[in-house]
Ligand binder design. Structure first.
Ligand code: SAM
Ligand code: SF4
Length: 314
């Protein structure tokens, strides 16, 4: 279906938990978040119902995200149920990869077609500092295991932060050399934990182009501009919410773990989907899609979202 600005909305991102096994500095408070009661999160059945309604409205791609989706109880069943809904063409997951070594084969068997793994640094020490509790080797082992069990490509999400990892652009882009790895550099957005960080941390993705003049343009995919380094197997993508305002090509809606539909990541507007079913659910979702805001205003102020990224899922 189209929104009131003519954008085709065919992509649903659903957060299955706001809990996480990491505490990335820009995303989560150090002490974590208060654990909700299980009943306050969408059940497997509710997730299935919401995804089915979204598919009826034209969604073909679904991303399971978090918090960290791999810490959600019943995550394999959730993936199986979503993957079995007729009309779901792509079932993707965004994960920090820490638990992937253990779960990659089961996720593949459960019907997950694509994995995005968040990795902001290739430096062991820096990784532990940035995530406050993660071990780089776990993620690298998870990537190897995902390829081994049959995933044909992996996307790496790297949030670019001035003075933190902008000295690693070349090394991270080099991950695309020999394997079907696609790196996506994402501009840090002022939301939640990092909303008040200094301006030096918020750098433009143009930095990637300056650092890697050999990058050749290779088209556009959704909200990403795609490039390739000569003789590299994978691609380098730039997702630039701040410097190039991707709202005109936005094709997505989001649902939080407690069942609120967010038509725009950076708006405070939320629509409660809990307790709705069938035609009523479809009606409420279609109204929300139609009313999707035109654009965010991050170039003028911090995000208006009342939630942190771990509740929304990126
Ligand atoms: N835990 C999973 C992970 O890290 O991949 C999924 C949830 S996480 C919130 C999804 C994505 O949002 C990650 O790639 C993360 O780096 C990104 N993210 C979190 N806060 C962000 C911010 N302020 N600006 C840009 N990206 C952000
Ligand atoms: Fe957890 Fe992902 Fe947020 Fe890091 S970015 S704290 S891994 S939810």
């Amino acid at each position: 279906m189209k929104d009131s600005y003519g954008r085709v909305i065919d992509y649903l991102r659903i957060s299955v938990t706001d809990l996480c096994n990491l505490r990335c500095l820009y995303c989560m408070p150090e002490k974590g978040v208060e654990k909700r009661e299980h009943k306050d999160n969408l059940s497997v059945e509710e997730i299935e119902e919401i995804v089915s309604a979204a598919v009826d409205l034209g969604v073909t791609k679904v991303r399971v995200t978090g918090g960290e989706p791999l810490v959600r109880r019943g995550i394999l069943e959730i993936c199986r149920r979503i993957g079995a809904i007729p009309g779901v063409e792509k079932l993707c997951m965004t994960t920090n990869g820490v638990l992937l070594k253990k779960h990659a084969a089961q996720l593949f068997d459960a019907g997950v077609t694509r994995l995005n793994i968040s990795l902001d640094t290739l430096d062991r020490e820096k990784y532990s500092q940035l995530t406050r509790m993660g071990t780089l080797e776990d993620v690298l082992g998870g990537i190897d295991e995902a390829f081994r069990v049959g995933f044909s490509e992996i996307k790496i999400n790297t949030v670019l932060m001035g003075g933190v990892n902008d000295d690693e652009i070349r090394d991270i882009a080099a991950l695309t050399k020999d394997r079907n790895i696609h790196v996506r550099f994402i501009e840090l957005m002022p939301i939640g934990e990092c909303a008040q960080w200094g301006p030096e941390r918020f750098i433009s993705n143009e930095r990637v182009l300056e650092e890697l003049p050999a990058l050749e343009e290779a088209g556009v995919a959704g909200v990403a501009r795609i490039y390739r380094l000569p003789e590299h197997r994978g691609t380098v993508g730039l997702i630039s919410p701040i410097s190039s305002h991707f709202c005109p090509s936005c094709n997505r809606i989001r649902v939080t773990a407690d069942g609120r539909l967010k038509p725009c990541l950076h708006s405070a507007e939320e629509i409660n989907l809990r307790g709705l079913q069938g035609e009523e659910l479809r009606h409420v979702m279609s109204e929300a899609i139609f009313g999707k805001p035109h654009r965010h205003h991050l170039d003028e102020a911090a995000s208006s979202s009342l939630r942190h990224m771990n509740e929304i899922g990126g």
